[in-house]
Design a protein around this ligand. Structure first.
Ligand code: SAH
Length: 372
């Protein structure tokens, strides 16, 4: 006899939940009730008291609420929290919470590892394992919100913003990322405004067109270089979708009268992309694009070939952009003492396993896959 796998209620956004309710012979409006119980109150199926007893027991038979499990927590001296979460049997992902005076930002992963090979990013060194499910993405928010409210209920422990800037390229996992972002913005779940949920992409242009049709979330583009030659090197997907293609879309991504802007992320690499001529090229490139520029001090990691631009040079670069009328900020580096800063997320435990596999391969020792 085969027993069906229970469904995980964390995999359903509102539309999908309404379809599930209909399938189970319930009215679609039950969806909003279930979502509230799951995401806002964090109760078990049995505790969903406005559902009939018989429906609850039926739902318990077929469904579970299963977020990724927190297996390690680190808290930085500046209050930044980093969690290692276990997903499935073999994989781990990292989620980071950054408290600031006026907001609390959660940095969420969309894939285990990443396939894109940006040369300055430590996730790239891990290679790509797999896409995360909706439950594994929204489950990071679910867990963080619960973990933070356990500690205390001060304002600075609230998740007010989510950025899809953890491990992975979110636009190469749209099927899961879009429903998960829907839940972040749904009043019956996390209720964040569309300006407070940001998807960051390295520039997968065809999927940016698709995203625009299905989601109102804010957009950040990892630019990092003002010309194709340099961007080809730093962000290799540029070879497939060069700047001309990327910028043509960025120019008109948000409707003209919306006053919404794309954030362009630009990591500051010493002697590579931080010279006055790069700033000049960047100014030309962004002409007529509704934009904000966020300069990111490079966060170093073991084995990297780059160094961070010295602070005075970053400030000079910023001044040059500001003088040309570009809204430009410098990102505060947070959580550095726990490797929780941008580009430092590698899922360390998984990394060890990978290293071991590579070593065994080198020695030509076969790893027996017990699952086959
Ligand atoms: N794949 C997506 C989202 C993940 S990376 C993207 O490329 O946008 C999130 C941000 O962190 C990106 O802007 C990325 O370029 C930046 N980043 C990666 N490695 C970094 C490092 N070592 N130091 C500083 N920022 C880094």
């Amino acid at each position: 006899m085969t027993t069906a796998q229970p469904i995980n209620l964390l995999n359903y956004d509102r539309t999908m939940m309404a379809a599930l309710m209909t399938e189970l012979g319930e009215k679609p409006f039950r969806a909003t009730q279930v979502l509230q119980w799951v995401h806002q109150y964090g109760v078990t199926i049995d505790e969903m008291s406005n559902l009939s007893k018989s429906f609850r027991s039926r739902l318990s038979e077929i469904a579970v609420i299963q977020p990724p499990e927190i297996i390690h927590e680190q808290i930085s001296s500046d209050g930044t929290c980093k969690w290692l979460m276990r997903i499935g049997e073999h994989d781990n992902i990292e989620t980071v919470f950054i408290p600031e005076d006026d907001r609390g930002t959660l940095c969420v992963s969309s894939q285990v590892g990443c396939a894109l090979n940006c040369t300055f990013c430590s996730t790239a060194t891990q290679g790509f394992s797999r896409n995360l499910s909706v439950a594994e993405i929204i489950g990071q928010v679910y867990q963080a919100v619960r973990r933070l409210s356990k500690e205390d209920r001060r304002h600075d422990r609230q998740v007010t913003n989510v950025v899809m800037m953890g491990m992975g390229e979110p636009l190469l996992n749209m099927d899961s990322v879009v429903p998960a972002m829907n839940l972040m913005m749904d009043d019956f779940s996390y209720g964040l405004s569309k300006r407070r949920v940001t998807l960051s992409t390295s520039g997968v242009v065809p999927n940016m067109y698709r995203l625009r049709e299905v989601s109102e979330a804010a957009l950040a583009v990892s630019l990092h270089a003002p010309n194709d030659a340099l961007r080809d090197e730093l962000v290799p997907i540029n070879k497939k979708h060069p700047l001309k293609e990327l910028m043509a879309l960025c120019r008109e991504y948000f409707p003209e009268n919306s006053r919404r802007r794309i954030t362009f992320e630009y990591v500051m690499l010493d002697g590579i992309n931080d010279q006055a001529r790069h700033a000049r090229e960047l100014i030309t490139l962004l002409q007529g694009v509704p934009s904000k520029v966020n300069l990111i001090p490079f966060n170093t990691f073991p084995g990297t070939r780059y160094q961070c631009t010295p602070r005075p040079v970053i400030e000079k670069f910023q001044k040059q952009l500001l003088a040309a009328g570009l809204n430009t900020t410098i990102r505060k580096t947070r959580g550095n003492d726990i490797d929780g800063a941008c580009g430092q997320l590698v899922g360390r435990f998984a990394d060890k396993t990978k290293r071991r596999e590579r070593m065994l391969k080198k020695l030509d020792i076969k790893i027996l896959n017990t699952q086959e």
